[in-house]
Design a binder for this molecule. Structure first.
Ligand SMILES: *Cc1c(COP(=O)(O)O)cnc(C)c1O
Length: 367
């Protein structure tokens, strides 16, 4: 049996014809940039996420860059974030002339540990940038209180968090700005790159709309230096179709994880991810912590099972951040997660026999 880490083939079998029709309609319309598909998608996305504004951009990394830029932090400000994440979470800080200050994550949630924030505050601290990883958001209630109490901007890397809620609030909806990525593997994925900024703040929304077209509120008249970063009509057309199916797909992902949890229960070499009671999870990634992770990944590969390591190296040990002066041991929880987590296959249309095969293969590795 072959179980890929990710595939869109079942979605294609179910509603590929509708997707092709939608893409054909864009080709026939001749409107490819900032047209009716993007406008409709932005409105529907904002309504879905419970925010006033959604601004479509070229990818999640640009969404982060533009969200941080729109916060207008003084040059050299420090932004608190975590080292157990995708590179873009810290790159957006550095590329805005700011300094990332890392705090470790909580070993149970994999998220920013609110209790370790206080001791990282200096006169230069101006923002927090927590990350929502894998299945649920960071503790947005506590993080927002902390940010408000210290006068910090709260920017949320909710790139993975489409559909996730904390205390009933959608990811990205309680921050100054949140972001989404529509990278193909994400819960709501397009057929290439795509992203969005989510905000309830009119000024942030207005600035991001201008900044995604080189800072020109009026074509060729530039009020600020922005970038070229737009969601295109083809991707928006795909997303408009997929948005119709995404709630059912989120439910399907939850059912897959329930079967994984059953199939792997009682295995002493695996720590299965837990979800805090305040969270309404969306299982974008299912990544337990495994003993002897690398050998397990190779053994599964030999059995035709795809897996993924999120991420092999924490950000504080990346070569490009050597100037921050960190060394191994500075953020032990993040380092342990980088060594121990392994994301198992999860995709729409994954069958019971495939889930059972993955679980059996994991169990037989430890026998
Ligand atoms: C996917 C992702 C992003 C943005 O990704 P793009 O590929 O630029 O769309 C940012 N942060 C995290 C945590 C992500 O997982």
């Amino acid at each position: 049996m072959q179980v890929p880490f990710f595939t869109t083939k079942h979605q294609d079998a179910r509603y590929g014809a509708t997707l092709r029709q939608a893409m054909n309609a864009v080709v026939e319309s001749g409107s490819f940039i900032l047209g009716p598909q993007v406008k409709a998608f932005e409105e529907r996305l904002a309504a879905y996420c419970g925010v006033k504004h959604a601004i479509g951009v070229a990818n999640g990394s640009d969404a982060l860059f533009l969200a941080v830029q729109a916060a207008h932090l003084p040059e050299g400000s420090e932004v608190l974030t975590t080292p157990y994440t995708f590179f873009a979470s810290a790159a957006c800080i550095v590329r805005n002339g700011l300094t990332p200050v890392f705090v470790d994550v909580n070993p149970n949630t994999y998220h920013m540990d609110v209790s370790s924030l206080e001791k990282k505050i200096t006169k230069k601290t101006k923002a927090i940038l927590p990350i929502d990883l894998f299945s649920h958001t960071a503790n947005n209630t506590a993080l927002k209180s902390f940010a408000d109490a210290h006068g910090l901007a709260f920017i949320e890397d909710s790139a993975e968090a489409f559909g996730m809620k904390w205390n009933g609030h959608h990811a990205g909806s309680t921050a100054l700005a949140g972001v989404l990525s529509f990278f193909p593997t994400k819960t709501l994925g397009c057929f290439g790159d795509g992203g969005a900024i989510l905000t309830n703040n009119d000024a942030v929304a207005q600035e991001c709309r201008i900044a995604r077209v080189h800072g020109a509120a009026k074509k060729y008249y530039h009020t600020l230096v922005g970038i070229n970063s737009r969601l295109d009509e083809l991707q928006a057309a795909v997303l408009n179709v997929k948005l119709e199916h995404v709630d059912a797909e989120i439910a399907e992902r939850a059912a897959i994880v329930a079967k994984y949890k059953e199939g792997l229960s009682g295995l002493p070499q695996a720590v299965l991810p837990s979800v805090p009671s305040e969270a309404s999870p969306v299982w974008y990634v299912f990544a337990p912590v495994f003993e002897n992770r690398n050998a397990l990944a190779s053994a599964l590969q030999e059995k035709g099972i795809g897996t993924s390591v999120y991420w092999p190296k924490p950000l504080h040990l990346q070569e490009c951040f050597a100037n921050l002066g960190h060394r191994a041991g500075d953020f032990p929880v993040s380092e342990r997660l980088c060594e121990g987590t392994l994301a198992l296959p999860i995709y729409v249309g994954m069958g019971d026999s495939e889930i059972a095969y993955v679980c059996e293969s994991v169990r037989s590795f430890y026998k």
